[in-house]
Write a protein that binds this ligand. Structure first.
Ligand code: UDP
Ligand code: MG
Length: 319
């Protein structure tokens, strides 16, 4: 029988673990699915890992690792993918905002030949007005840059073993899981789901966090911002030609342009353009620098008893 791995990144989710374990194991036992649950505690500061260990003692199908610090959800997902030994892997949030009842549908599509099943949000759940605006803006920019519809896409996906193996060979440190599956290709189908409300705890995203995430993902998937520099340069040149001609004509006619205002405006505008451009280029250089250093995506500090292998640095060997 095919084994299904479920990867659940968790950061300060102590209140959710027991409930999630119960919901998922009840579901898979009812569906007679062979499963394993892989929890990746992302340097949680609460008792998340203790909760995972407790669950692992009761049920051998539950495995868990704890990072040495908070490495972010992306790192959590990739650690889970490396640990998973299933023929198919489902990635989902451990706050059950991704409804587990959709998983049987995903499995059905997978058995039907799909290699990637994308969870597509049919609504965005209950979010604050501010969050909605910023998330909306975030997805607009992302969709424009990556040329994919990011608004309804999510990290809730089922991946075939083949796809998981492909994703694990990618050498980059700054991954963007959501878009990487689009990039990878394969036979992709979608299932719609309704975003559930979070029962315990609260969302880990701040506006600042979301913005950083947007910029980092946009630049890891697109070089369009660099072309923006060229565009700004072109606009400046067109303006300078027009302004130059006008100034010359005025000068030839015997009256020169108002000096001070023009100079101040020009310095400010050009200075702004130059600094913005340097910032964009600098950002890409920073990304290259980060990648070149070649540090692991995450460091594993602790594992549950049923997980073995060399865990200092990124996990290399799947058992
Ligand atoms: N998460 C994580 N590391 C982080 C932030 C979040 O592993 O640094 C996990 C979190 O525990 C949850 C999932 O990512 O399982 C989604 O996070 P959250 O529910 O806070 O985000 P939202 O649902 O509001 O997008
Ligand atoms: Mg959530």
């Amino acid at each position: 029988m095919a084994l299904l791995s479920v990867v659940l990144p968790a950061y300060n989710e102590e209140q959710n673990i027991a409930n999630t374990v119960k919901t998922l194991s009840d579901l898979f036992e009812a569906e007679k699915t062979d499963y394993e649950l892989i929890f990746v505690s992302d340097g949680s500061k609460d008792k998340t890992f203790a909760e995972i260990e407790k669950a692992a003692k009761e049920n051998q199908r539950i495995k868990g690792v704890e990072f040495s610090r908070n490495f972010g959800k992306e790192a959590g997902i990739f650690a889970g993918l490396e640990l998973a030994s299933g023929d198919a892997v489902v990635v989902m949030d451990c706050d059950l905002q991704h409804p587990p009842t959709v998983i049987p549908e995903m499995i059905k599509l997978w058995k039907d030949g799909a290699q990637i099943v994308e969870g597509k949000k049919s609504n965005r759940g209950k979010e604050s007005f501010f969050y909605k605006i910023s998330a909306g803006l975030f997805y607009k920019i992302m969709s424009g840059l990556i040329k994919m519809d990011m608004n309804s896409s999510s990290d809730f996906k089922l991946l075939d073993r083949k796809v998981v193996d492909v994703l694990l060979t990618l050498p980059e440190r700054n991954t963007f899981f959501r878009a990487l599956t689009f990039w990878a290709g394969f036979d992709t189908r979608t299932v719609e789901y309704e975003v559930q409300e979070r029962k315990f705890g609260k969302s880990k995203w701040s506006l600042w966090g979301l913005m950083k995430y947007a910029i980092s993902n946009a630049t890891s998937f697109s070089t369009l911002p660099l072309q923006l520099v060229t565009m700004m340069g072109t606009v400046s040149i067109v303006f300078s030609v027009i302004l130059g001609i006008q100034t010359l004509v005025k000068w030839l006619c015997g009256d020169s342009v108002e000096g001070f205002t023009t100079v101040i405006l020009l310095i400010l505008i050009i200075g702004g353009f130059i600094m913005l451009s340097l910032g964009i280029i600098g950002h890409y250089i920073a990304r290259v620098y980060e990648e070149v250093k070649g540090r692991p995506k995450y460091i594993i500090n602790k594992v549950t008893d049923n997980v073995s292998g060399n865990m200092t640095g990124s996990w290399k060997k799947r058992q």
